[in-house]
Design a protein around this ligand. Structure first.
Ligand code: BDR
Ligand code: CA
Length: 311
């Protein structure tokens, strides 16, 4: 039986690959996609999610627009990484599939309340605003969630948006605090893990060589996307953050980590959005998250290539 999931996202080229990977994987049942403001403002993320579904030949997927800004702080976007549209690189047509009329937070609440206990896995790969507001709007959804597997934060790696903070958590640290203190099982894929998943140039060329619309568009997206990290960090290839979440559901054996107490910094402007991971158990607090720090990068890139070749 396939595993029901919801992807909450702010596409983003790496978000797009995460969506494609989920759509290409029969082990997963994608109930819907909720979009949030993050890499670019909400109207663009809501359009980009639909562009990706149409690229995959799946205009039937339900896409809902959610929150237009973080809970308390002004929206901080990342056009410098993802381009003006958020999905720069390929020339994808404007979507013709409809955006669902319901607000993403309301749909999350309705869908989760209708599910059985532990029935749905949430996959947030953007700022956590929609997920936090759903948990606030109706706490009765918490037991319905099997697990929240999210891309965000850093343990030992330092930040990519400030010296202390990773983008998704920095943009809405208060929402992250709500999620990490919700009591729902959380698996966190931080930069420590994703910075070990650097895209080999030959792998991008293999995607292009698939010769399919998905292969060509994905290669174009990732060629655009990796230039930022290469220029900024001198990395050999750009890190492919968000697909790690979906890959973890498909092949958890590719990842390694540890259960830890994790707190979110919401007070100090210097370290705002830092994920304070108590790796050595110094606080004595019970763990509230599984923190993944290791990845078999060859296995990860092999999995994506194999799955996307079927789309
Ligand atoms: C995260 O920030 C976004 O730019 C990416 O899509 C990813 O979700 C990495 O810090
Ligand atoms: Ca993202």
């Amino acid at each position: 039986m396939s595993r029901p999931i919801i992807i909450d996202t702010d596409p983003g080229q790496d978000d797009a690959v995460a969506i494609l990977l989920a759509l290409a994987s029969p082990e997963l049942e994608l109930l819907g996609i909720t979009t949030v403001a993050g890499n670019v403002p909400l109207p663009l993320t809501a359009a980009n999610a639909r562009k990706v579904c149409e690229l995959a030949g799946r205009p039937d997927v339900k896409v809902f627009a959610g929150c237009a800004r973080p809970m308390l702080r002004p929206l901080h976007t990342a056009e410098s990484v993802h381009g003006r549209t958020g999905l720069d690189g390929p020339d994808l047509p404007d979507p013709t599939m409809p955006l669902q009329p319901q607000h993403a937070v309301d749909w999350l609440v309705d869908t989760l309340l209708a599910a059985e206990d532990g029935g749905v896995t949430l996959c947030p790969i953007g700022p956590l605003t929609n997920i936090a507001l759903a948990l606030i709007k109706d706490p009765a959804i918490a037991p319905k969630i099997r697990e929240i597997v999210l891309m965000g934060g850093a343990a030992f790696e330092g930040g990519n948006t400030t010296p202390a903070a990773e983008f998704n958590i920095y943009v809405d640290p208060h929402a992250a605090h709500v999620v990490f203190t919700s009591g729902v099982p959380v698996t966190m894929v931080p930069l420590d893990c994703t910075h070990k998943a650097l895209m080999p140039r030959a792998w991008i060329e293999e995607l292009r060589a698939l010769g399919t619309p998905v292969g060509r568009a994905t290669a174009a997206m990732l060629s655009f996307y990796e230039r930022y990290d290469q220029a900024k960090y001198g990395m050999h290839g750009g890190p492919l953050h968000d697909p790690c979440v979906i890959a973890y559901l498909l092949a958890p054996g590719l990842f390694g980590g540890k259960d830890c107490p994790v707190a979110i910094e919401t007070a100090s402007e210097t370290t705002m959005g830092m994920t304070v991971v108590d790796w050595w158990g110094t606080t004595g607090h019970p763990p509230n998250a599984r923190v993944l720090t290791d990845i078999d990068a060859d296995g990860f890139f092999g999995l994506i290539l194999e799955r996307l070749s079927a789309l």
